[in-house]
Design a binder for this molecule. Structure first.
Ligand SMILES: CC(C)(COP(=O)(O)OP(=O)(O)OC[C@H]1O[C@@H](n2cnc3c(N)ncnc32)[C@H](O)[C@@H]1OP(=O)(O)O)[C@@H](O)C(=O)NCCC(=O)NCCS
Length: 180
């Protein structure tokens, strides 16, 4: 994710999280002022935004602080692809584990995390507002082998693959998915 992506990301974030979504200014701050933040976007070959995630690199842990897929593209395997990218990033940074917090009622995200070996470690009472809700703290060890493939649904919808882009603090870096 670079500053060029922020308008589209803020729009998608609002559609994914409603009132509790992040403001444009918050994303800009993450990209420009936070040395621990590494944010990625997933786009099609026309640079249309399909999903994104944000992480904070804290010592030997990678914290997944935001993560969403375009609601029009749910259920096609993009969430799984993005989570595999999170694990690859954790591996590259030498992080032992990935941590996150999720709303108790978020069945789709909890299902995805559980299917990728995350455990539910603790409950944080009233962590979220608008609406007020408990948060579940989850974590997973960084796997040594990470899937780099495409699920069948994603391969059918995007036969040419997808692109991942991030800010390497020296400009826009990108790679194609499925990765080689
Ligand atoms: C959570 C989210 C990222 C999942 O993205 P997605 O692209 O629809 O997920 P995928 O198609 O990759 O699904 C991967 C796995 O997640 C689980 N999953 C996905 N949707 C699910 C649902 N509605 N209920 C239960 N499990 C679900 C399944 O295990 C699925 O594997 P399967 O297809 O083999 O059964 C998406 O729903 C989203 O953007 N939600 C709004 C934002 C959000 O909640 N972010 C997480 C904040 S912690």
């Amino acid at each position: 994710m670079t500053l060029d992506d922020v308008d589209a990301v803020t729009d998608l974030d609002r559609r994914a999280f409603g009132e509790s979504g992040w403001s444009r200014r918050y994303f800009v701050g993450e990209l420009t002022e936070s040395p621990i933040s590494i944010f990625y976007v997933l786009t099609d070959s026309d640079r249309q935004l399909l999903g994104y995630f944000g992480t904070w690199h804290v010592v030997d842990q990678l914290q997944l602080c935001t993560f969403a897929v375009d609601p029009d593209a749910h259920g096609l395997g993009l969430g799984a692809i993005l989570l595999n990218c999170v694990f690859r990033l954790a591996q590259r940074l030498g992080c032992e584990s990935v941590q996150l917090e999720v709303r108790e009622s978020n069945a789709a995200a909890r299902g995805l995390y559980r299917s990728r070996a995350f455990s539910e470690d603790a409950v944080r009472r009233n962590l979220y507002s608008s609406p007020r809700e408990d948060g579940i703290l989850m974590s997973a060890p960084t796997p040594s082998t990470i899937e780099t493939g495409f699920g069948r649904s994603a391969a059918e919808r995007w036969p040419g693959g997808l692109d991942l882009a991030w800010d390497d603090r020296g400009g826009r870096a990108a790679e194609h998915w499925p990765a080689g």
